[in-house]
Design a protein around this ligand. Structure first.
Ligand code: PMT
Length: 223
């Protein structure tokens, strides 16, 4: 049977898109389908982990047999992750989190008034960066969706957010990024590029990532 290097490990995977409400019927979100995050969750479970998915909005059904919590905003997502922080061994942040949210959330549906409307947006909490600051033994895997200067931005995010691994997808490449069943990723650690993977299914990409995490975790004393 398949080796289970993540047996006894607790893994949290965030998947999908966060939703930031403008009013009861309107919101800001993005194109994340949930496919990458769900594939990570399934790969982790296959490798023996106890997996919890924290999902925003997704365009596909979640995998059967994996515990899942639905959230809406980035703040909800953060609260759901932090609630289990002390028990978790690996956190994979595959979700696409809105960087800005409306400053005010209208309680009632906003009415059409003038020809132009200005929405004031404020920064959301950076979940990954906040987790990175609170990291003790947790192994943190971030993602980065980039359109240019992938290595520069990926390394910047890895260091700023204190990740152990960062998975960068160049979303301009055919078959990579949002909505597709495949991805093209490069994986970084503190020393730079670990591996650049070719076009692969999200399933195989996820298995590669979680095997690498298992290897790295096994190499850490007292972990
Ligand atoms: O769901 P799919 O359709 O399969 O698409 C997969 C994907 C393209 C969404 C996925 O592979 C991916 O790249 N996810 C991260 C997208 C993203 O938000 O990247 P970013 O470069 O903006 O953020 C970097 C990292 O910080 C991410 O791990 C993100 O979860 C995290 N972040 C970002 C902003 C924020 N406020 N809080 C965060 O935690």
């Amino acid at each position: 049977s398949q080796p289970k290097p993540l047996l006894g490990r607790k893994v949290i995977v965030t998947a999908g898109a966060t939703v930031e409400r403008i009013d009861p019927v309107r919101y800001i979100t993005n194109d994340s389908s949930g496919k990458m995050g769900f594939a990570i969750a399934m790969a982790a479970q296959q490798l023996g982990a106890d997996v919890h998915i924290i999902a925003g909005s997704t365009q596909i059904d979640p995998p059967d047999g994996i515990f899942l919590t639905r959230v809406e905003s980035g703040m909800d997502m953060y609260n759901a992750v932090i609630a289990e922080w002390d028990q978790v061994d690996i956190v994979v942040k595959a979700a696409a989190v809105a960087d800005y949210r409306p400053k005010e959330q209208a309680v009632r549906k906003m009415k059409k008034t003038g020809d132009a409307l200005t929405l004031e947006l404020v920064k959301t909490l950076d979940i990954l960066e906040t987790l990175g600051q609170q990291k003790t033994r947790q192994f943190l895997i971030g993602f980065a969706a980039e359109t240019n200067d992938v290595e520069k931005y990926a390394m910047g995010k890895l260091l700023r957010k204190n990740c152990d691994l960062l998975v960068a997808n160049d979303v301009t490449l055919e078959g990579a990024g949002f909505g597709t069943d495949t991805n093209v990723v490069s994986i970084y650690d503190h020393n730079g590029l670990v591996v650049g993977l070719p076009l692969m299914s999200k399933k195989d990409t996820a298995t590669y990532i979680m095997n690498l995490a298992a290897e790295r975790l096994a190499g850490v004393p007292d972990n």
